[in-house]
Design a protein around this ligand. Structure first.
Ligand code: LFR
Length: 490
């Protein structure tokens, strides 16, 4: 009997349980359960509701059981950088605080006045984002920290609640900006700076480690299959990159979800001056790889805008409306911090255009076209930089995640950057999650074999650059960014 694999994949705005099976040499995915996620204010902080997530995981597993499936493997991936503090009694000390909480807005500046940025970058190779775990711990309540037995990243914590076994998986742990690239361990100097000890982190493990079975107590409360949890690439972006077909000679990836993560898969980290100056990150991947990438504001902007239009239109409808507009009517630096968590995204975008003396998008379709145009421009600009830093121009961009369904953006990006775009699978994160389980379980040989499987199992769409279109647009955009003094990050 073929093994049943379940991916628990939870992003900042939604989560899902996907069932994966090998059928006639193809990977077949089926969505079993989908639920919302989000943060809400509690005790003056934006907090995640982890109990809600646990309940939804069990609801999903009950659905699997109702399908007549009695045994599954299961892997968990979520967003990165956030953590749970666990006390001596094994319980969480407070609800995990979201990376979008404002508590860390000045933390990079404060901490790096004592420890210079280039010193931290040389050690970790990780980009400076004010929400990295390093800065969150710096702002953490000191009494809570003193009571902390374990500091656990979100997916590791979920695995711990399910199985009672505690680990720190490296693809996610690297986003803390506290792992030392050379030593492969938590960096003692950085830990000291934020008053934590290496012993507070459960042992570091690689993706593809068996964690254990879901505990008996849950089987009494919920009617679920026998479940063996495998620690996969628990950072959703790490799973998404594994779930990328990796087509092309010099290929890059764009994992397009709440965030857009654009970069290349490397076998050795790239933490030299150019990477530092452009604030590129070297997140650790599965199987000895590195995700050399930049965080781009991404579909978060669309999600917020959709919501502010009272969810009257679906994402597909919004894209169809935008397609009727002329692109590139205004330039917007989508990575401007003001778009991280504004009171109102539409107003924020409009104010930005007004303040920079540009055409203000007014209608739904104009607002959407402004967003798609500027995300595409950002991608094209970064592809150029990426090629420069790596010393070889990128020829193919593999776009995965929900954003890979937006044909309009795929086409604009291909043309602006003059690269081939391959779009899909849109569920790459679940695919990557399941591939690691399959490799661990010897159903798939290795990641190369896994990527062959992706190519033969999913419908991947190709977009090619349209000649002589949008000729000066990218150069004008770059000049605009220079003028705004934001051409260079950090
Ligand atoms: C994407 C992601 C990014 C990370 C951000 C915050 O879901 O995991 O990779 O930088 O969320 O955790």
């Amino acid at each position: 009997m073929a093994t049943n694999y379940v991916a628990v994949d939870i992003g900042a705005s939604s989560g899902r349980l996907m069932l994966g099976q090998l059928k006639q040499d193809k990977l077949v995915l089926q969505e079993i359960h989908r639920f919302t996620n989000g943060f809400a204010e509690k005790d003056q902080h934006e907090c995640w509701d982890i109990e809600h997530l646990m309940k939804e995981i069990f609801t999903g597993l009950e659905k699997v059981k109702q399908m007549g499936i009695d045994d599954v493997k299961l892997g968990i991936d979520t967003w990165a950088v956030d953590y749970v503090l666990v006390g001596m009694d094994g319980e969480k000390i407070h609800d995990p605080i979201s990376y979008r909480d404002k508590r860390t807005s000045t933390a990079v500046a404060e901490l790096t006045s004592a420890l210079p940025k280039d010193y931290i970058y040389e050690k970790t190779g990780i980009q400076f984002l004010d929400f990295n775990t390093l800065y969150q711990l710096y702002k953490e309540d000191k009494t809570a920290l003193a009571k902390t037995d374990k500091i656990m990243m979100i997916p590791d914590y979920i695995g711990y609640v399910l199985t009672g076994n505690a680990v720190t998986e490296v693809t996610n742990a690297s986003t803390t900006q506290m792992l030392n690239l050379r030593e492969g361990l938590f960096d003692q100097d950085l830990l000291k700076e934020v008053n934590v000890h290496a012993e507070q982190f459960p042992r570091l493990v690689e993706a593809g480690t068996v964690l254990g079975n879901i505990r008996y107590k849950w089987h009494l409360q919920y009617d679920i299959p026998n479940t063996e949890v495998i620690t996969v690439a628990t950072h959703d972006t790490a799973s998404a990159v594994l779930g990328t077909p990796g087509e092309g000679k010099n290929w890059a990836f764009l994992s397009s979800g709440t965030w857009s993560l654009l970069g290349a898969e490397l076998n050795t980290p790239e933490n030299g001056q150019a990477a530092f100056a452009e604030n590129y990150t070297n997140e650790w991947g599965a199987y000895g790889t590195y995700r050399f990438l930049k965080n781009i504001m991404g579909l978060w902007i669309c999600q917020r805008v959709k919501h502010e239009y009272n969810d009257r239109y679906s994402f597909a409808e919004l894209a169809a409306m935008a397609a009727k507009e002329v692109p590139f009517q205004q330039f917007i630096d989508v990575n401007d911090k003001r778009f991280e968590n504004p009171a109102n995204m539409i107003t924020e975008l409009q104010d930005y255009c007004r303040e920079t003396g540009q055409v203000v998008p007014e209608t739904v379709s104009q607002v959407m076209m402004a967003i798609y145009s500027n995300l595409s421009l950002f991608y094209a600009n970064e592809l150029q930089k990426l090629g420069q830093i790596l010393g070889k121009p990128i020829d193919t961009l593999n776009i995965v995640g929900g954003g890979s369904n937006v044909a309009l953006m795929n086409q604009m990006t291909s043309t602006l950057a003059n690269v081939n775009v391959l779009a899909g699978p849109s569920e790459a994160t679940a695919v990557g999650n399941i591939l690691v389980q399959m490799i661990t379980n010897h159903d798939v040989k290795n990641i190369q074999h896994g990527r062959q499987l992706i190519k033969s199992s999913f419908n991947i769409k190709k977009f090619t650059a349209e000649a002589d279109k949008y000729q000066a647009v990218l150069a004008n955009y770059q000049a605009f960014l220079q003028k705004q003094n934001r051409g260079v990050a950090i």
